[in-house]
Write a protein that binds this ligand. Sequence first.
Ligand SMILES: [Zn+2]
Length: 124
Amino acid sequence: MAMDERLMAMTATMKATGAAKMLGIAKRMVATDPDVSGRDVLARLESAMAEEEAAATVAWVASEPDRADCIKCGGPVETDSRDRSRWIHSADGSRGCRAATFTVEDGWDETIPKSWNAAPKRSV
Ligand SMILES: [Zn+2]
């Protein structure tokens, strides 16, 4: 799958923001103490980076979707990262079971009603 252009631009922006934050820490340390050692600046930057990485890991784990099998069509479903109360089919991100089970070879599964939407089977 091709990388999303907007996502790549957002990632570049976040990297630039992170670099500016680290630069700000170093500048403030030097402004506060012009004789601060390179080792002290490095230690503070390493500490700040470790804090950033820990926060990112927590956010990443928390953003992991809930997963289950669809109670209607049986396919794998997961919570939508844009709305955790909504369930989508993992295969294609669709709500509808008909869309999720469509294949180029076999087309639409006519036994699946158009009204069926992704919903979790909780007892899995
Ligand atoms: Zn389904």
